[in-house]
Design a protein around this ligand. Structure first.
Ligand SMILES: NC(=O)c1ccc[n+]([C@@H]2O[C@H](COP(=O)([O-])OP(=O)(O)OC[C@H]3O[C@@H](n4cnc5c(N)ncnc54)[C@H](O)[C@@H]3O)[C@@H](O)[C@H]2O)c1
Ligand SMILES: [Zn+2]
Length: 341
């Protein structure tokens, strides 16, 4: 098992790569409370049944303050106090909600995660951001607080639906594009093995992605500068996700292609590099084109929580494996998107 440390401003986090859910009792006390969702509970209840379990529904629609409120009610019912330990077992939604509920109840309880989707292993459970959606805006209420531990059990990925695996690959492709050209070459050479969750390939790709994310988070936990690079493809991706019923991975795949196109226009990448990026995304069965309503998308970008007054920090690729952040006027971004489509 390999471990990676995240050094947060309030607390640290240890990512346990290749640890198994069967060893969960090594990390949490017997009276810990598990928060999980219906699907994960059904699949992995055998490993959790000795704990008190709070089960939530599945899907982005339940990532709300109302769900957190129901969790608080359960905390009261279970006599949770400052000494209690909370463990989220699930994908990004469970982890984001658990981190938020644990961070806010009684001004903060100890918590950790068993991260069960590819997307949450490489992204959502790493880095200490947690929270919920509000009024249609994604993750607009939340805290920065690191889980004490994150178990990444690769064998749990075997029960994931294919579309969930692809969502994770969109973030893995993003990591390689913004930070590691060798990883991108490795991805290109192992597409089918990666999709089929070949153990060695998945272990390397999850580890490399977490190394990239942890390096960035350790340099800039609160997203003042460097951490913005992780938003590559997300400005447009989130806006698409807000208006259309498509998955996060699909939305950011389209967002990455648009951001790469804008990078090409600035001569930060060549036409060949742009084509390679598009082909790589396509080879994972992820979309690279989408007919979206430009006005709606610009409106949603204007409401992005990363916006600063009339400006937005937009992430471009400057050669493969390197990202740059540029503060651009929303009006200019609108013109550029208009020109592209
Ligand atoms: N906090 C962050 O830094 C951060 C980063 C990226 C994404 N996110 C958030 O993560 C969320 C998406 O996370 P996700 O893609 O993991 O979605 P998810 O949590 O909805 O999980 C996807 C589906 O897979 C099921 N599932 C989970 N583990 C399983 C397993 N091992 N086997 C079978 N089924 C399983 C779930 O029940 C769910 O239906 C979004 O809300 C996004 O905003 C947060
Ligand atoms: Zn993402």
């Amino acid at each position: 098992m390999e471990t990676i440390k995240i050094i947060g401003s309030h607390s640290n986090s240890t990512i346990l790569l290749g640890e198994t859910i069967k060893n969960i009792s090594k990390y949490i006390p017997n009276n810990a409370i598990i928060i999980t969702d219906k699907i994960v509970n059904k699949l992995y209840n055998k490993d959790l049944k000795s704990y008190k379990i709070i089960e939530i529904d599945c899907g982005e629609k339940i990532k709300t303050i109302e769900t957190v409120s129901k969790i608080y009610e359960k905390f009261i019912e279970y006599n949770v106090d400052r000494t209690s330990y909370i463990c989220g077992v699930g994908g990004g939604i469970v982890c984001d909600i658990t981190g938020f509920a644990a961070s806010t109840y009684m001004r903060g309880l100890r918590f950790g995660f068993v991260s069960t989707t590819l997307l949450s292993q490489v992204d959502a459970s790493v880095g200490g951001k947690n929270g919920v959606n509000f009024f249609g805006y994604k993750n607009i209420i939340g805290t920065f607080n690191q889980p004490e531990f994150v178990i990444c059990d690769f064998s749990m990925l075997k029960t994931l639906e294919k579309k969930e695996i692809l969502n994770g690959y969109a973030e893995i492709i993003k990591c390689s594009l913004i930070a590691d050209s060798n990883m991108l070459e490795y991805l290109k050479s192992n597409v089918s093995q990666a999709i089929n969750l070949d153990f060695e390939i998945i272990q390397k790709l999850v580890t490399d992605s977490i190394i990239i994310k942890s390096r960035i988070v350790n340099a800039d936990e609160k997203e003042k500068n460097e951490r913005r690079k992780l938003n590559f493809g997300h400005t447009i991706g989130h806006a698409i996700e807000k208006h259309y019923n498509i998955s996060h991975g699909e939305a950011i795949s389209i967002g990455m292609v648009v951001a790469a196109q804008l990078s090409l226009r600035r001569n930060l990448i060549s036409t060949d590099e742009f084509t390679m990026i598009k082909n790589l995304i396509q080879s994972f069965g992820l979309p690279t084109e989408f007919l979206f309503d430009k006005t709606k998308i610009i409106e949603a970008i204007a409401m992005d929580k990363k916006r600063e007054s009339e400006d937005i920090h937009f992430v471009f690729i400057n050669k493969i494996g390197n990202a740059v952040i540029e503060k651009i006027k929303l009006t200019d971004l609108k013109k550029e998107i208009d020109d592209l489509c």
